[in-house]
Design a binder for this molecule. Structure first.
Ligand SMILES: C[S@@+](CC[C@H](N)C(=O)[O-])C[C@H]1O[C@@H](n2cnc3c(N)ncnc32)[C@H](O)[C@@H]1O
Length: 222
């Protein structure tokens, strides 16, 4: 009987093998395109990408209070989604090279489609990465002047800041010594305090009833 129960349990176990399905290339997946206010830019988003149908209110607030990127040579947009932040930076500074990082292939495909459709002259890299994990050694040596970040903060209905924390720590490692990280977040998430663990200087640059934009500078080297 015990043996039978054991077999029964074994039967219930399932092995699931996944593979990249070549049929699911982005052009065959439904895409939405919309305008970015106060700019000539358009964004393209494939299914399930953050702010797929219209610009997220937080992202919009970030674009309305965008940092001066005029002197930057290299910028990273970590958790880029459809590329809203990095593309806006590229438009503001045609000479800056932008690295788009996201764990989602459809997000990266969206960022690339958005970048291409806006005919931007910038150099751009699109890297599938868990935070900064995909930035190769050569890129890591040539650090970023600015990192832009609108981190994910929930999975389903559960709020968590784990990925944001790893993005901030990664930014501190991948910024030049006088580089700057700009983060947007909901007020209640307490990013200010988390950022102080990774940066010596943490300043609020803009806020409204719902969001804060924070500049973090002078990365602590850990
Ligand atoms: C709040 S959305 C921001 C998207 C875009 N930057 C914007 O402002 O509209 C967060 C993005 O982080 C990405 N993301 C989630 N976990 C990640 C991880 N571990 N590494 C890199 N990107 C991640 C998600 O796929 C999503 O595109």
């Amino acid at each position: 009987m015990a043996r039978q129960r054991h077999l029964w349990r074994r039967k219930k176990a399932r092995l699931i093998f996944s593979r990249f399905d070549r049929c699911l290339t982005p052009p065959e997946v439904a895409a939405a395109t919309y305008d970015v206010p106060d700019s000539p830019l358009k964004l393209t988003s494939y299914a399930n990408v953050f702010s797929q149908q219209k610009l997220d209110v937080g992202t919009r607030f970030f674009l309305q209070n965008f940092p001066d990127v005029g002197a930057a040579h290299r910028i990273a947009d970590v958790g880029c989604g459809n590329g809203a932040l990095g593309i806006f930076a590229a438009w503001r500074n045609p000479a800056v090279a932008v690295t788009f990082l996201d764990e989602s292939y459809l997000a990266l495909a969206s960022a690339k489609a958005s970048f291409v459709s806006n005919l931007l002259p910038n150099i751009a890299h699109f890297i599938a990465a868990d935070t900064f994990s995909g930035v190769d050694e050569q890129e890591a040596r040539e650090k970023f002047d600015i990192v832009l970040c609108n981190p994910p903060f929930h999975e389903g209905s559960k709020i968590h800041t784990d990925i944001a924390v790893r993005m901030f720590a990664g930014a501190a490692r991948h910024l030049v010594s006088n580089g700057e990280l700009y983060v947007i977040g909901n007020r209640h998430l307490g990013y200010h305090e988390i950022l102080k663990k990774h940066f010596h200087q943490v300043v609020l640059t803009a806020s409204n009833a719902k969001f804060v934009i924070i500049q973090a500078a002078k990365p602590r080297r850990q």
